[in-house]
Write a protein that binds this ligand. Structure first.
Ligand SMILES: C[S@@+](CC[C@H](N)C(=O)[O-])C[C@H]1O[C@@H](n2cnc3c(N)ncnc32)[C@H](O)[C@@H]1O
Length: 405
């Protein structure tokens, strides 16, 4: 039978990427070994909106198949005692980023109109004014329209380099050719047969080749916020679009680099990094955020450091000849809908064995829109330690169990 145990660490494969539950602005013991090793740190901290943010989680097989039921749970609060308290937290994050970055590395700090000006001064102090690289304006159309002022429809992303020899390759983000601006331009074809438009200005002739790639400037208007029904949505409020993170990371990192997000939320940065062949470190104060992030990522090479919840939930199983079959799962939450199937309250689970350092997960099963049903069987022949499973329930709470004969 299974007995619930308090195990923080869960490793898959070589465990090179890290998901860490903690305060990204604090001196975290687990981050010390990464000092000076990170190529890019992205920060999307609270913006000091004063708001409470939620997370919508689909419930059971039906929820994943049809989108309903999908109850709402609290995710995180963006409330601070004072502006000074907020800025102390922000400074802690920026200093942490500075410690982690390699000399070739870059910080991307994502904020909005509320705190961007203060953040600029903090970054000037911590990185040095000369290390300023960009102030990117991410402009979007979504949300309401203001009547008493112009609608505030952009975020600000500050880029600061760790040193003058930072890596940046703009050719990695070519934009689709939408054609050269045509107004007042003359059409021409050069000696090699390439067509262009040209314009004379100040006594000089400028040529714009129609097949030449173009690259983004510092105002981005071509990436929209995630729509309500966007398949990319995890239900985590304030989730950023993958396309935005891909555009940011691509010129800054190469395959094999280490990317860190100290407020990783639903893990958008980590997914973008994984898609680019990078390793990652994701930190978040909220255990639930971290588990949402984990559910989006490939699990071959990840260490999860995350406290399990204390509330009990029973897992029952049979384990014979290496075949582990889950037979029951009982977890309670006041916001759980009525379950249609016995395992609706389970969102994901992993099976493996226990070591002195935590659990080694050999298999990981996760519901998704493509695979709404959770497999309940795992084949685990000859384990080097006691059989162990970890579960995440439909409210995003993790528990770990060890097999006792
Ligand atoms: C704006 S959200 C990040 C969203 C994320 N970029 C995404 O795409 O899902 C901010 C996150 O910061 C976390 N957070 C707030 N303060 C933190 C701190 N001091 N250390 C680590 N995480 C923190 C919150 O729990 C929240 O998940």
């Amino acid at each position: 039978m299974f007995e619930q145990v308090k195990v923080h660490r869960e490793v898959t494969g070589a465990g090179e990427s890290l998901l860490l539950c903690g305060d990204g602005s604090a001196a975290l013991e687990e981050l010390k070994q990464y000092k000076g090793k990170v190529q890019c740190v992205y920060l999307d901290p609270p913006f000091m909106t004063g708001g409470k943010f939620t997370r919508r989680r689909r419930f059971g097989a039906k929820g994943w198949r049809t989108g309903s039921p999908a109850p709402v749970y609290p995710a995180y609060e963006d409330k601070f005692r004072s502006r000074d308290a907020y800025l102390a937290m922000l400074r802690g994050l920026v200093e942490q980023a500075h410690r982690l970055l390699k000399s070739t590395g870059v910080l991307c700090l994502h904020l909005d109109w509320r705190m961007a000006a203060y953040a600029r001064l903090i970054c000037d102090e911590v990185f040095g004014e000369r290390r300023f690289v960009n102030e990117i304006i991410w402009s979007y159309e979504s949300g309401g329209r203001a009547k008493k002022h112009f609608s505030r429809k952009h975020d600000v992303i500050l880029l600061y380099a760790r040193s003058a020899k930072y890596c940046f390759d703009i050719t990695r983000v070519p934009l689709p050719r939408t054609g050269v601006r045509k107004n007042h331009m003359r059409r021409g074809v050069d000696e090699e047969g390439r067509s262009y438009r040209s314009i004379k200005s100040g006594g000089k002739t400028y040529r714009y080749y129609e097949d030449a790639p173009t690259y983004p400037g510092d105002v981005w208007t071509d990436i929209s916020h995630l729509q309500q029904r966007d398949p990319e949505r995890t239900g985590y409020a304030t989730q950023k679009p993958l396309k935005l993170l891909d555009r940011l990371l691509r010129p800054l990192v190469q395959e094999g680099d280490l990317v860190c997000d100290l407020c990783c939320g639903s893990g958008t940065t980590l997914l973008a990094a994984q898609n680019l062949g990078c390793r990652f470190i994701g930190v978040d104060k909220s255990a639930e955020a971290l588990l949402v992030a984990r559910s989006r990522l490939k699990q071959e090479n990840v260490t999860l450091l995350c406290p399990p919840v204390d509330q009990a939930a029973a897992v029952e199983a049979t384990w014979e000849d290496g075949v582990l079959l889950l037979t029951d799962f009982r977890a309670r939450h006041k916001a759980f809908p009525e379950a249609e199937q016995i395992f609706d309250r389970m969102e994901s689970w992993a099976a493996g064995y226990m070591t002195e350092n935590g659990m080694v997960a050999l298999q990981h099963f996760q519901r998704s829109a493509k695979n709404p049903d959770l497999p309940l069987m795992s084949f685990l022949p000859e384990l080097p330690g006691p059989l162990a499973v970890s579960t995440v329930d439909a409210a995003g709470r993790r528990r770990v169990y060890q097999w006792k004969e």
